[in-house]
Each structure stands twice: as structure tokens, then as C-alpha cells.
Design a protein around this ligand. Sequence first.
Ligand code: NAD
Length: 489
Amino acid sequence: MISPLSSLTVPWSQDMLIDGNLVRGESTDCIVVENPATEETLIEVPAASAEQVGRAVDAARRAFESEMWKDRELRRKVLLTMADTLEENADVLTASIVHEVGTPVSLARSLQIGEPIALLRAFAELTLVDRDRPLGIVEGPVRSDAVITYQPSGVVAAIAAYNYPLLFLATKLGGAIAAGCTTVLLPSPQAPLSILLLARLLQQADLPPGVVNVIFGGADVGQALTTHPDVNKISFTGSVDVGRMVMAQAAPGLKRVALELGGKSPSILLPEAGINALTEQVHARYIRNAGQGCSSPTRILVHESRYHDFVDRSREALNSLVVGDPWDTTVVAGPLISSRHRDRVEGYVSRAVDAGGTVVAGGGRPDMPRGWYMNGTLVGNVTNKSEIAREELFGPVGVVLPYSTVDEAVAIANDSDFGLAATIYGDPSAAKALAPRLRVGTVMINGWIPRQDKAGGGFKFSGMGREIGEEGVREFLETQFVAWPEPLG
Ligand code: NAD
């Protein structure tokens, strides 16, 4: 069924939000945003000039230093207003996501609107948590009392990837505002429109000026933002290569950095796991959003005795997971973000085949007149050492890897530069016992469980720092130790 939202006219905005005002970018650079399903230009957006980046940071600095922003109740209200604004404009923002990212409409609604609303409301409550930790009296050498307190990091530069724009807005701005920071958000030039639209709606919602600023542009704007002397903390979501650059840019100013980077996550099907019931779910989890998810479990580890059953069942599963028009409510995966990106992902598959691998299920492109589509694809007859099993494709491609013992499955799972997430299917207590052996930031047992108190983030090349929940607030806090002499009572 085609969603009625497909006929909604989205009032695109080209404006940024600086110090409470909507302003057009003054750089001579203009970035074209395209609809990946239709290949049409949606709109061109002028980028921020270096001077405008500075104005946004100055506004955030002034707001951070104002007395009003120390008021937790005000910050809680700001977060609730952001959640309400998303909720009241859910239809138009869902439509905007479908147009610019190609996310299927049902997923856009749940993960890009519903989840950000829930996260912002959870962060609103975390604003009120008293985190002070009294240490108590110590007798010597000076009789004293002390407390550990937590102070906001300051001005936060939040930089987002293209795949889930509104989700990243909620995780980054939610944690930062709950902690008492102010923010300058830079959306991805590949998918900025939903965030620019929300920025306009937030301007109408009358947030205190300077607490949320949204700027726009490419790598040069990102560089100007991350090297600005008045930015204290950088919260970045994106690729490993750009993450490294951001860290290097932050180094001279010794800025705090949180990096949410890529993944090559395993799904471990324990020997006794019910393959018939699970196979479709295992594939659906990584092909959704056309595989453009950081935690996509694209390395599927199956016991060698079940390998052929799994491959057979995968043929049916990948046929039944529909790839196509993102406005169709039954579709699981829409297009990839750009033709260049699809070429890149297809390049990995053809190199794997040239090296002896086989497309054992799915593969190819769906029959669509336009759009950067690709079918879900499962590659077999490769090892965990092959390029396709080691690098992040960010596309709807999985590899199936046999193992002989559970210890070997753990070794294969850990043999990766990445460490973002793992899913284990099978007996829950056996799975729980395996979790501490996996070098990853998130372990999901028998399916993906969304929670607003999770601590998302990775080991190894998957990044540093955590987002969401209490850890997601602490990421934006500095620890302060306060001690004083206590006279004998
Ligand atoms: P990207 O690294 O190409 O871009 C991310 C952002 O960085 C963009 O907004 C871009 O404009 C900005 N940028 C580019 N150069 C910069 C510079 N020198 N300084 C500052 N900012 C700069 O990533 P992408 O293609 O948008 O997203 C895909 C990647 O994001 C994948 O690797 C994926 O795994 C990762 N990702 C990670 C998570 C997570 O939570 N771990 C979530 C989603 C996506």
C-alpha cells in the first residue's frame, strides 16, 4: 500500500538557525540535495560562510554562560518542546525523511520520528537527576569533607551522518542539553533537509536563543566548526576516516571528542538456534534502510552443520523482503543514498566474486525505472579475512561464515577492526554468558531491542564515548572534585 504521506507537499527550508534567527548561508557554495528514489533534485541549499560558523558558536557560548541556562527546569522544558514539535509535525517530517534519505515510510516513522521523541523525553527526565556524589569525612592528614560534582562541558559541536538525521539530532542534542551544554549542529550535506525543516519549526517554538543552532555545509564547514576555539566538545557520527580527521582537528585545542563510527557487526546463530524461524529476521535487520545502519549485523556466523540449511532458507527470505518504493508500507529497503555509493557497494560484491566468493542468495538490482536500488545480497564461500568480511560496506550485503565450535564463533566475531554491536541468537543464558567475551559496545540477544536507557557506542575503530541514557548525558559532563576542611565536631 502506498502511504498517503507520499502526496504531502513538504515545505523545504534552506535556512539555518543561528542565535534564534533563520538565516540563509552566505558562502558561495551551494549543495544540491537529491531524492535517491527518483534521482530528482529536491532543493539546493547555500552553505554557511566561515563568519556564520563563528556567529553560531558565539551564540552558543553566550547562551551557555547565561544564568538562565543553569536552570534545569528550563532545559527540561526545551527538550520536551523539541519532542512535542517533532510529534506535532510527525507527518511532514516523516515525508521529508522518505524524500531525502529513501528510508521506507514505516521505518522513517518509527526510527526517525517515534524513537527521537521517546529519546528527547527520556533526556528531559535525566535533566533533573542529581549526580553529586558526597565522599564523606576523611580524618587525615587534614580532616576534610568532599564531593564529586559534574559540570557541563560547554559548547558542543554535533556533526551527523546522513542515514538517520533526526535520530542523531535527538541523541546528540538530547544528551548535551540535559547536561547543561549548548549546541551547534551540522547535518550531513547528503541529507540536511529534515533537520533544516525542524530548525524552522523550533524557531517558531520559541526556544531560548543560542541553545540550539543549526548550520549547513560540507567538510570545510565541519572543519571550521571543530577547530573553533570556543567549541569545547565534539560529538561526531560518521565514517572512520572522517572520525580520524575530526580527532586530529580537535587535537590542537584539546577538545573533548565522542566518535560514533562504523561497524561490521556479527550475528551469531548458536548451534541450537532455530534457523527456519530466524533467517528472515537476521536478513531484515541488516537490509533495512538499504543496509545504511552503523550496527547492521552483516557478518552472519552459522554452525557448519546448519550452513546449507541457512543458505537455502536465505533464498526464500531475501525474496520475501521487499526492496522498492519507500512510500510502499510493505517495503523493507528503499534506495541507497547516491549512485556513487551504490557503485561502491556493488564494487565490493563483484571483487568478492572475482576472488572466489559466491552470491548465494538475493543479489542484483530490483526492477525499478529510477533510483539507486540494490537487492539484499548474501555472499558465501568467503572467509573472515576477505575484504567483504572486513570492511564496512554500508549497503544491503551480508556474508555468511561457518564456524565449528562456539569458541571459534567468538574468535571470528572478535577478529575485526570494528566493535560496535553483536547479536546472538539461541538459548538466552548461553548467549548472556558469551556477551563479556565479545569486544563490542552492544550485545543484543534474540533480536534488536530498542531502549531509551541504552548506552550506544563502540570498541576499537567503532569509536569512543557513549550516546543515549545516563552515559549519553555523562558524555557531556566534566568531573569536578570539591574539598574543604571540616573542624572536629
Ligand atoms: P561521513 O563520515 O562521510 O560524514 C559524516 C559527517 O562528517 C557529515 O556531516 C560531513 O559533512 C562531516 N564532515 C566531513 N568532513 C569533515 C571534517 N573534516 N570535519 C568535520 N566534519 C566533517 O559519514 P556518512 O557517509 O554521512 O555516514 C556513514 C558513516 O557513518 C558510516 O561509516 C556509518 O557506520 C557511520 N555511522 C555511525 C553510527 C554510530 O552510531 N556508530 C551511526 C550512523 C552512521
